[in-house]
Design a protein around this ligand. Structure first.
Ligand SMILES: C[S@@+](CC[C@H](N)C(=O)[O-])C[C@H]1O[C@@H](n2cnc3c(N)ncnc32)[C@H](O)[C@@H]1O
Length: 265
């Protein structure tokens, strides 16, 4: 079925709830994507090669808990406009940005990526990591294209379909992750090209990320016990399930992560 979801996806706001934030901050930190901070560094290294600017005003599409935003603010001396529709995420981002002295350069904006509250041609670059999978991708790429200045670089990673996904695959992913679709790399390339971007890089990052195995910390059992006491035992299984589903599909070669860098024409 080529990555398209037939059934109603679970609402994204329901996934990223309070226990989810508590679980994720402890288990993954503030970089909510496969490869964690390492993947952010790798995207930055590639983006620099294609002229990602220093000192600019950078849009981050779906900034979540703020790990990438703080990294971009610090390493590119940028002011990052942190767009996300979830106030829980925005609160956590704001706290960590101020704690790191970056409060004036990580600016939370509560909005949907499909309708960005920014003027045309107003931003110097755009960034996103593994979040557009949740969204109406043609609408979001069109909005990024609209708000970027001509010549601006858009660097992002996202979950991709590496093979046509079956209904069974989507039935595993949809309730847990709320994806309306996963694109094949060629579909992303065509979407960028048709939305006013010149493609600079399209790369399947799955093999590199598969090698990243952070392991289990010694105090995981203690953490899960106290998490279970706070949120209920069923929550532990609920929090584990999305990651396990991703491992299953990525491990079988069906899904993965793509890196894309493009320049606004
Ligand atoms: C996997 S997290 C993003 C991870 C983040 N980019 C990172 O690398 O740390 C997904 C985020 O997308 C946000 N989100 C999902 N759909 C959205 C939409 N249509 N508009 C704005 N934010 C959205 C969610 O609220 C959530 O914070």
């Amino acid at each position: 079925m080529d990555g398209k979801v037939a059934s109603e996806p679970r609402a994204v706001a329901d996934i990223y709830d309070e226990p989810w934030v508590a679980w994720t901050l402890r288990t993954a930190g503030t970089h909510l994507h496969p490869g964690r901070e390492l993947a952010t560094v790798q995207l930055a290294e590639r983006a620099i090669q294609f002229g990602f600017p220093a000192g600019g005003k950078v849009l981050e599409v779906a900034s979540a808990l703020g790990g990438p935003a703080r990294f971009v603010a610090r390493h590119f001396s940028a002011t990052v406009v942190c767009l996300d529709m979830n106030p829980l995420m925005q609160n956590a981002l704001r706290a960590s940005a101020w704690a790191e002295g970056l409060g004036l350069r990580c600016l939370p904006v509560l909005a949907r990526s499909e309708r960005m509250p920014f003027a045309d041609c107003s931003l110097d670059a755009a960034w996103s990591q593994d979040a557009m999978c949740h969204m109406d991708k043609p609408a979001v790429v069109a909005e990024v294209s609209r708000v970027l200045k001509p010549g601006a670089v858009f660097a992002f990673t996202d979950w991709i379909a590496r093979q046509p996904l079956s209904q069974e695959d989507m039935d595993l992913l949809t309730p847990l992750w709320g994806f309306p679709s996963l694109l094949r790399p060629a579909e992303y390339v065509a979407l960028l090209d048709g939305s006013g971007f010149e493609l600079l890089l399209a790369e399947d990052r799955t093999p590199t990320l598969a090698a990243f195995r952070p392991g289990t910390p010694w105090d995981q059992e203690l953490f899960e016990h106290s998490f279970g006491q706070r949120w209920g035992e069923a929550e532990v299984a609920r929090q584990r399930a999305p990651g396990e589903a991703w491992q299953t599909l990525a491990g079988s070669g069906k899904t993965g992560v793509g890196m894309f860098i493009a320049r606004r024409r």
